[in-house]
Write a protein that binds this ligand. Structure first.
Ligand code: ATP
Length: 364
């Protein structure tokens, strides 16, 4: 932890005028971690990454890489490389020369450069393309060359600024898996910024969810999904239904909430200091909702809802419904047993209360 980590940031601040783009951010990235910073446009991701790379200086706080304070170290002296969204491969140089460029600048002898270039090309799965020009490659191959060009320098940290953003959907899906695989193969610590939660969830060991210059939560993907600590994380990571109402009671870590149409529902307490009578929000995942007959599922929380539309979605059907004026949707498995739900039919949706999370409405 801390000073032993590949990256350790303490109270980082970067202000532009009166606005803090990065506002007292502290975190710790152990060696070999795929660490993502996930947040909406304008939350401060790029500003944070630029400080790690050394292109910008913090107004306050410290950056340590492998225990060494980096604040005053210029970018080219940091053990860090960066992959940008619009990767700038040199168009007139061969793939091999592109990859060897950084080694040449470091005055590594030719024979050694050739050896390392060939090895890294092999590792990224492009062993035969050394003599091609970048224009003669596919988008995915170019991406791998850009990565190889950084990885060949064996940085302690590789910073990635939405590197998949410019790729088409299919290639992006494929590269997600490949990037994760490459990161594990090389063992390099990755710091990856993205606004795409599915990218962050698929690839990362740890995800920091960033909002307004701060980290809301730092956790492994599964934990972010199952145990969001703030309503923002609950709403930003994966799909979620949000139902508003009034908090009636709390016992055994379960909260009773009365929705605005009078329905009584239950979920696990997710914020501190919930008080009776306050406004509250219950979050329940679409896949946690089940159709319930009257006597079924004792101990489950349930509500009456009116179907608006049912959409076929491959293995599931997506049922969009309404409960007391609030939209709610369920993802029900298409296992043949599900009844056809026509518009305006009335259904009962139920859930295990321990799968729902209740926040105070003011905790956003
Ligand atoms: P995106 O996903 O759109 O790239 P981001 O999360 O990377 O967004 P930043 O680019 O870090 O966000 O910007 C964070 C905030 O700081 C924004 O409000 C932005 O307007 C502001 N900001 C960034 N750079 C500057 C600058 N050089 N001068 C003034 N304000 C800036």
């Amino acid at each position: 932890m801390g000073m032993d980590s590949d990256l350790f940031c303490e109270g980082l601040v970067r202000r532009f005028g009166n606005n803090a783009a990065v506002d007292h951010v502290s975190f710790d990235v152990p060696a070999g971690t795929f660490f993502s910073i996930l947040g909406p446009s304008g939350c401060g991701k790029t500003t944070l990454l630029r400080m790690l790379a050394g292109f910008d200086k913090p107004d306050d706080g410290n950056i340590h890489i492998r225990g060494q304070r980096m604040n005053d170290v210029p970018p080219n002296h940091r053990p860090v490389n960066m992959v940008f969204q619009h990767l700038a491969l040199f168009p007139t140089m061969s793939v091999g020369d592109n990859i060897g460029y950084g080694l040449k600048r470091r005055k590594i002898p030719l024979a050694e450069r050739r050896k390392r270039t060939a090895r890294v090309l092999e590792q990224v799965g492009l062993p035969d393309l050394e003599h091609r020009n970048p224009q003669e490659l596919s988008g995915g191959q170019r991406q791998r060359v850009a990565l190889a060009r950084c990885l060949v320098l064996e940085p302690t940290l590789l910073l990635l600024d939405e590197p998949l953003g410019a790729l088409d959907l299919k290639l992006r899906e494929q590269m997600k898996v490949e990037l994760k695989h490459l990161q594990k193969q090389f063992g390099t610590t990755f710091v990856y910024i993205t606004h795409d939660q599915s990218e962050a969830m698929v690839m990362s060991d740890q995800v920091a969810v960033m909002r307004d210059g701060r980290f809301d939560q730092v956790a492994p993907p599964e934990e972010l999904y199952r145990e969001p600590e703030t309503p923002f994380v609950a709403g930003f990571v994966g799909d979620n239904n949000r139902l508003s109402g009034e908090l009636l009671a709390v016992r055994d870590n379960l909260a009773d909430v009365r929705l605005d149409d009078g329905t009584l529902v239950q979920g696990r307490v997710a914020s501190d200091n919930l008080k009776r009578g306050q406004r509250a929000e219950l979050y329940i995942r679409p896949e946690s909702l089940v159709l319930s007959g009257d006597a079924l599922n004792s101990g489950y929380s349930a509500m009456q809802a009116t179907v608006r539309t049912t959409l076929f979605d491959g293995a599931n059907s997506r049922v969009e419904a309404e409960c007391g004026g609030q939209p709610v949707y369920a993802r029900l498995p298409q296992d043949g047993s599900a009844p056809r739900l026509s518009a305006d039919s009335s259904i009962r949706l139920a859930w295990n209360p321990t799968l729902a999370r209740v926040f105070g409405a003011d905790s956003l």
